[in-house]
Write a protein that binds this ligand. Sequence first.
Ligand code: RUQ
Ligand code: CUA
Length: 669
Amino acid sequence: MKCFTHKTLLAALVLAGASLQMQGCKPKGSQAAISGDAAAKTYVAPGKYDEFYNFVSGGFSGQMSVYGLPSGRLLRVIPVFSVDPEKGYGYSEETKAMLTTSNGFIPWDDLHHIALSETNGLHDGRWVFANANNTPRIARVDLKTFRTAEIIEIPNSAGNHSSPFITENSEYVVAGTRFSVPMGEHTDVPISSYKQNFKGTVSFINIDKTSGEMNLAFQIATPGVNFDLARAGKGKSHGWVFFSCYNSEKANTLLEVNASQKDKDFIMAVNWKKAEEYLKAGKGVKKAVKYTHNQYDEKKHSATSTTLNEVLVLDPKDCPDMVYFMPCPKSPHGCDTDPTGEYIVGSGKLAATIPVFSFTKIQKAIADKNFDGTYDDIPVLKYEAVLHGEVQKPGLGPLHTEFDDQGNAYTSFFVSSEIVKWNVKDLKVLDRVPTYYSIGHLSVPGGPTKKPWGKYVIAYNKITKDRYLPTGPELSQSAQLYDISGEKMKLLLDFPTIGEPHYGEAIPAELIMKNSQKIYKIEENAHPYAAKGDNYTRVERKGNEVHVYMTAIRSHFTPDNIEGVKLGETVYFHVTNLEQDWDIPHGFAIKGANNAELLIMPGETQTLKWVPEKTGVFPMYCTDFCSALHQEMQGYIRVSAPGSNVPIIYGTGTIKGASDSKTADGKTK
Ligand code: RUQ
Ligand code: CUA
């Protein structure tokens, strides 16, 4: 547990003076909640495909997982911010740079939110973005390969929670800092000087239209609040992003009490089109920072990490009409824009109503200067002036809202553990279903876009309790699938998830599967250590290093016998998988290697570093069952004493000496 605990939230609610009836953690009638045809609706027959991909946050596992819907079957875990021995991610020499940060190599993080790329406000199936919460970063996963293609660090940020949320043409993904912190030269200040010295930022990361490449375009300096979530405007509110924030009290201790004092916190509305004008006009101030930008090259099959030293910062004080605050009751968490872009739903997690703001009214209030003073010199719009209305008595602890294609909204309620359906225009509650238990985020396929597909809502829960067979002190994480095609929501399925399923997005399978890449073309392999055929395999000594240019094809390695390595040397196995068939990876493992094994896709080259710790003969083998003779796919490497005169010899079938070895172009040396 998770974003916050039941206990603290309840305590906070009590402290906040909420005199609402609390529902228990376990809603009644969990059996009755399952409709008769649920099994038929989620049954995907053997050999049949699911209708949707569901990309789900892996929470503190740092990874992203992919499920099929409606079956809830786990299809893949995509390593993003944590090392993954299954795929060698973060262990192979090629992927280590992906996890490099300004703080060095970080082998894990905490992934919260998912954002599918969009064109014209619709999912386009090209990329999926995700945030690292702890060491602020954003990753882009390429949906052709289901691999992390790029990770960019966010400077001037601490706790990258309000991230990544995407604009309707993937112009930007945004990232707001959860923690405000001292920034710049002098960060060694008393924590009690929070109000003077602590500041926040929101960052705009530009996405290249063709390549998807990320670039930190600019940041906006903000007051020292905590940013929580965000959504971009769309349609009529295109050009705006809305960030929820709490702790407008600027407390630095016991936030559960001290950040719950005020009746209202804020949603911060940012006009990024205006911000672009100010940037053009030279209003951006260059600030010295340090952050990394890591990219995976699909031809070289290798990642590089670049350190960047500068960011452009806009200060709202120099940029009037760019940032506004809208009061929002009681520590807003979710902040969601409806498909038309007219309505912005704030979810005060300690509030008893759901406020819905109108973009048209926001524009009018700005034009009329209908302000309620300022907050740190930023105009605060009058609550009543921008409010479309409030959903009355919706439930307890509203967190997040998604939308269907019929003008309805679905809000998750953590404390009362339910999903509530309501009409966006007239704000009437239409239906409610219990969740098992304590839902956090929820997702309707296409829910954040201009045209949701509807059909289902998925609940991502915080507590599992009695839903699955017990598995020791930690129980399975849990998601639930509900049918929303009728007037009443119907529970169809529970499915366990990997790590905490903070948020997920679902997209029709056909938008992705048609682009799915099957192999890497061997002729395009530009890895400097590739051996693009057995002729190119060799063993080379370079000072204290021994480089093995190795190939793998059903069912042998070349070379599979190697001698002449000396203790004290570092061995690099550069293994090229020569296969050009779909789904024929080879693995590579060597006894005593203290990092991981490799998993090499068809046409790809990956490198395992091995520092032998004693002399002797060490077996190596393929770890992925690739053929009937997979078990024969093995070999040996001999390590001799430092002063020995064992020559380098190697081969498969015929063993030869290094003097007959071939150069990269296949010629005999
Ligand atoms: S949050 S449960 Cu970490 Cu996305 Cu709302
Ligand atoms: Cu290659 Cu098993």
